[in-house]
Write a protein that binds this ligand. Structure first.
Ligand code: AMP
Ligand code: MG
Length: 394
């Protein structure tokens, strides 16, 4: 199954959660808006000066451009209606006084006695930021389904919001499988390796703002796998496991999920990363990622993450695909779509020398994934598609 088709059916199966909570604005970073945010004010709330300079009546310029200064208006203070034939000294952000219709920037004036002379061509209405220019009262500032970025938090503050309604964060269980795994902190016995997938996945999920439940390490045993899946299903919104989804004798995840719920197992046309399992345990959604650490990273980023985002209520979930010039040759066309751990440097993209799915250092080194469609070769200088990892984090 092509990656794009798998993603489409995974997303089609995602039902956004409905439970919401209201949080203080500064705690809403990274959360997904549960309601359209309407503005009850105009931004800016009144016509104001875009410059330090002088507020005038354009029609007064006909008399030669020399004007007495009748008042001074700093930002945050209201002036009086402008007297005919005079200018108001005004500062950036200050409300333009009644009767004034134009602001002349101070560089276009010179002092003449107590007044000013305008020494440049002036256009009627210039240097005034009109009321409501950024946001109209009653308009939707940010729509439901947007994941809030720092600039969104600022935008919401600009309309006076103090609290926002967001979806409650997903609760995600991370389950590690394999007799060979031990947790960091324990010395390794012969044949053992440290559990790294739990940490990669937990960190990815934490960056997305989710509550992570450690499902522990389950041995390669059918009964134990069933027990742990069942226990976790009652506690969380979704279970994500790694390892044990191949078709070897020691791979029990597939059979366990089948016995407890439903399973779709895809021979995905993806490298690294096949196989991938997607289904449910007692009605709780389930992703079975491969065991190899780089495969975990890639399949999570490309398939599990978009599902989670949609489940969390987010509207836009697909990573942005961009391109760069290959700073490498790729001579052997593969039959699977490859996601190569890569680094964008300037206008060029280079590859980590070892693309084996077990090599997590490749993902650590990378700042991008080059997307290589099936049956493709690349010569240095060719354009290649890529996804920036910054786009996949958080
Ligand atoms: P599996 O799909 O269970 O056969 O695992 C494939 C490879 O990934 C094996 O070499 C495993 O030892 C390794 N692996 C599986 N789970 C983890 C994990 N949690 N951390 C590090 N490596 C793992
Ligand atoms: Mg295993």
């Amino acid at each position: 199954m092509p990656v794009e088709d798998a993603l489409a059916s995974i997303l089609a199966a995602a039902t956004p959660i409905t439970e919401t909570e209201t949080v203080p604005l500064l705690q809403a970073l990274g959360r997904v808006l549960a309601a359209d945010q309407l503005s009850a004010v105009d931004v800016p709330p009144c016509d104001n000066s875009a410059m330090d300079g002088y507020a005038i009546r354009y029609s007064d310029l006909a008399a030669g451009g020399e004007l007495a200064i009748s008042q001074r208006i700093p930002a945050g203070h209201m002036g009086r209606p402008l007297l005919a034939g005079t200018a108001a000294r005004i500062f950036t952000g200050a409300a333009v006084p009644d009767n004034a219709d134009t602001v002349v920037m101070q560089e276009n004036t010179e002092s003449v006695g107590d007044g000013i002379k305008i020494i440049a061509a002036i256009k009627a209405g210039q240097n005034i930021r009109p009321k409501g220019q950024d946001i109209h009262c009653g308009s939707v500032v940010i729509a439901k389904g947007k994941r809030l970025q720092p600039q969104d938090i600022g935008l919401l503050a600009s309309i006076g919001a103090t609290r926002v309604e967001v979806f409650r964060p997903l609760k995600v269980a991370v389950l590690s499988t394999g007799d060979e795994l031990v947790e960091p902190g324990t010395p390794l016995a012969e044949g053992q390796i440290y559990n790294s997938n739990r940490y990669t996945l937990s960190a990815l999920l934490a960056a997305m703002g989710y509550e992570v439940i450690d499902g522990g390490i389950v041995a390669d045993d059918f009964e134990l796998t069933c027990q742990q899946l069942q226990a976790l299903a009652d506690k969380v919104d979704i279970i994500i496991s790694s390892g044990g989804v191949s078709v070897g004798e020691e791979d029990h995840v597939k059979a366990a999920v089948e016995s407890l719920g439903e399973l779709g197992l895809w021979k995905l046309n993806i490298k690294p990363g096949k196989p991938l399992a997607f289904g449910s345990v007692n009605g709780t959604p389930f992703f079975g990622l491969p065991g190899n650490p780089s495969s975990v990273f890639v399949t999570f980023a490309l398939l599990a993450r978009p599902y989670l985002l949609r489940y969390q209520g987010q509207t836009e979930v697909a990573p942005v695909i961009t391109k760069a010039k290959a700073g490498f040759d790729w001579g052997k066309a593969g039959t699977r779509q490859e996601y190569l751990r890569a680094k964008v440097q300037g206008d060029e993209v280079i590859l980590y020398p070892n693309q084996s799915s077990g090599v997590l250092a490749s993902a650590s080194w990378a700042n991008a994934l080059v997307v290589l469609p099936p049956n493709t070769t690349v010569a240095a200088g060719d354009d290649v598609q890529l996804i920036l990892l910054a786009d996949l984090l958080g």
